[in-house]
Design a protein around this ligand. Structure first.
Ligand SMILES: Nc1nc2c(ncn2[C@@H]2O[C@H](COP(=O)(O)OP(=O)(O)OP(=O)(O)O)[C@@H](O)[C@H]2O)c(=O)[nH]1
Ligand SMILES: [Mg+2]
Length: 201
């Protein structure tokens, strides 16, 4: 019997689900990125920044910021019918580092968001993923008012390995944020493929 073209006749696809972390320094746009791409209402764990936190919470460049992530952001995006990403946004402040090991378990890869006005804020995240062998891509969140630099300059400043993807993005923009996630997944899968290849001498 010939099958019609109706999708009713197709077997439902069981999607592969992958876990991706969204990391980077304080106030770089992690919560914004997860919110921009998520097709479910993102779970947020935001607390209001307080006067008491002023000495430790460096608001240079994000003066309008009123809240900060204290545990994680959670969102979901279907990249393809058979590929769903679960997104975990990490807290940006140093005092929440103890949560990272929990969040990183089982992650396929990570996005490290960077702001060229405070590039050094993403060093810790890059070190973290390099040390644990978790594939990552760096995405420069282009805030208005921040100087634009060629990717080669940013790449050199971050001392990135040549295969690490580096993209410019707008964390508020769904398709821009989606491009970043696609880059991470492609990079992670390509690396997994290379690692599976038999070593020839
Ligand atoms: N102009 C501009 N503002 C942005 C952009 N991305 C985020 N913001 C703003 O920057 C501030 C920080 O964004 P968040 O998404 O809360 O940053 P975060 O990295 O989650 O911050 P923490 O959880 O506190 O580390 C917010 O006020 C956002 O509205 C951007 O691409 N451009
Ligand atoms: Mg946040």
């Amino acid at each position: 019997m010939a099958f019609g073209r109706s999708s009713r006749n197709r077997r439902p696809v069981e999607p592969v689900t992958l876990k991706i972390l969204v990391a980077g320094g304080f106030g770089v746009g992690k919560t914004t990125l997860v919110g921009a791409v998520s097709e479910i209402r993102p779970l947020r764990t935001e607390e209001t920044l307080s006067e008491a936190g002023r000495p430790v919470d460096d608001l240079d460049g994000v003066e309008a910021k009123t809240t900060t992530t204290v545990a994680m952001d959670f969102g979901r995006i279907t990249l393809r019918e058979d590929l769903v990403l679960y997104l975990f946004g990490t807290p940006g402040q140093d005092r929440f580092w103890f949560l990272w090991d929990e969040l990183a378990q089982g992650a396929l890869g990570a996005v490290v968001l960077a702001d060229t006005r405070r590039l050094e804020d993403c060093f810790a995240a890059i070190d973290y993923f390099e040390r644990r062998g978790i594939p990552f891509a760096v995405a420069v969140n282009c805030f208005e008012g921040a100087d634009r630099f060629p990717t080669a300059t940013v790449r050199a400043a971050l001392d990135l390995d040549p295969e690490v993807p580096l993209l410019m993005c707008d964390a508020r923009d769904r398709s821009s944020a989606r491009d970043v996630l696609v880059a991470v997944v492609e990079h992670a899968l390509a690396r997994a493929d290379r690692q599976r290849e038999p070593v020839t001498t």
